[in-house]
Write a protein that binds this ligand. Structure first.
Ligand SMILES: Cc1ncc(COP(=O)(O)O)c(C=O)c1O
Length: 357
């Protein structure tokens, strides 16, 4: 279990603050990289979880082939920091974004996705006078978000990309449903065969998400895996059994600011730090070393903790919380504090924080 706060050391930190233990993050990176190496699948981590160029570089150093970003603004930050192989897993529309995409593509190896003709036309207009842009077809293999709906439709979009000026068909991409590996394997295999029968080479088949990462080898048609949250882990992944509490690298440090009753205590972290994400669970995080406490409700700057028995907390006491969803917490603070076990390493600006365009 994570040690709860050697007090003298943590007294120097203001609260609420977000702490990232680099020892744990690095262990998480290496653990999945070795699994993927054995399964002969390349790793392209999604950096939306940490939004930090230094951690993206650590992922590359460990063996990742490149990174994944959700938004152009994230990719711009990463490219400026020297990351040079980026997949953006998002349909890109609008003149200003296409203009930025064009500039980005002139600096790095860039791949994007598309699942409809409007996006393809926009990309083509922006890239018809430059080096062709590599495009993967986004496939909805059951998660019910973006993506073409059938393997046949994937092949049709692939052919359109292949026949469109300025674009180059690079393969298939999916954000898969959890625990449905067999269906995902079938869907992608059917789409791959349809493309091959149409004379198209399918270089990349990209899938991924932390909940399914230990079953990445159950989708052998995939060439590439894109885990994001695995670097930090969080309460939702521990609850699912994907990770253990000891694997959680990101915690929120908070101070008890009031103990109105013997079974209620209030902390200085509310929805502006922990966020309102429940991800199907009760409460807004796991209070380390206080399994009796639940973070029952949040207002913007207050976290309301309840206990079934008297809580024994005092005003001024600090607690460390493993949030429900680490990725959204990353986007809440300008800076994080880096730790190595019980040692504070320093502060780091969250370079791609707020990059949602
Ligand atoms: C397209 C895409 N790929 C990969 C990921 C990584 O998922 P996870 O954070 O579960 O590892 C996400 C998560 O939102 C995603 O949207």
């Amino acid at each position: 279990m994570l040690d709860n706060l050697p007090p003298a050391m943590f007294a120097t930190l203001d609260t609420p603050s977000v702490l990232v233990d680099l020892d744990i993050a690095e262990r998480n990176i290496h653990r999945f990289q070795s699994f993927a190496n054995k399964a002969q699948i390349t790793v392209r981590p999604h950096i939306k979880t940490h939004k930090l160029p230094d951690l993206a570089k650590a992922q590359i150093k460990a063996g990742a082939v490149g990174i994944t970003c959700q938004k152009i603004s994230e990719a711009e930050v990463m490219a400026n920091a020297g990351l040079d192989d980026i997949l953006i897993t998002y349909n890109i529309l609008s003149a200003s974004k296409l203009d930025r995409l064009n500039r980005l593509a002139s600096k790095i190896k860039l791949t994007v996705v598309a699942d409809n003709l409007t996006v393809i036309e926009g990309l083509s207009a922006a890239f018809s006078n430059t080096t062709p842009l590599r495009v993967l077809v986004e496939c909805d293999t059951g998660a019910g978000r973006c993506g073409v709906q059938t393997p046949e439709a994937a092949c049709e979009i692939a052919q359109r990309i292949n026949n469109t000026a300025g674009l180059m068909f690079g393969g298939l991409m999916t954000y898969p449903p959890t625990d449905r590996e067999r269906e995902v394997q079938q869907w992608l295999t059917d789409a791959q065969h349809a493309c091959l029968n149409a004379g198209l080479q399918v270089d990349t088949i990209s899938t991924g998400g932390t909940p399914g990462m230990w079953k990445a080898d159950d989708v052998p048609v995939a060439t590439e895996y894109r885990p994001g949250t695995y670097i930090y882990n969080d309460r939702s992944l521990v609850t699912r059994g994907t990770a253990k509490w000891d694997d959680c690298a990101l915690t929120v440090l908070a101070t008890v600011i009031s103990t109105p009753t013997e079974k209620r205590a209030i902390i200085d972290a509310g929805s502006k730090v922990l966020t309102s994400d429940l991800l199907g669970m009760d409460g807004y995080g796991y209070v380390v070393d206080h399994p009796d406490l639940t973070i029952h409700a949040l207002s913007e700057e207050h976290g309301i903790m309840l206990s079934k028995t008297p809580h024994q907390l005092s005003v001024g006491q600090r607690v460390r919380i493993i949030p429900n969803h680490a990725c959204v917490v990353t986007n809440m603070m300008d800076r994080i504090t880096l730790l190595r076990g019980k040692k504070i390493e320093g502060e780091e600006i969250v370079a791609a924080r707020g990059c949602v365009t």
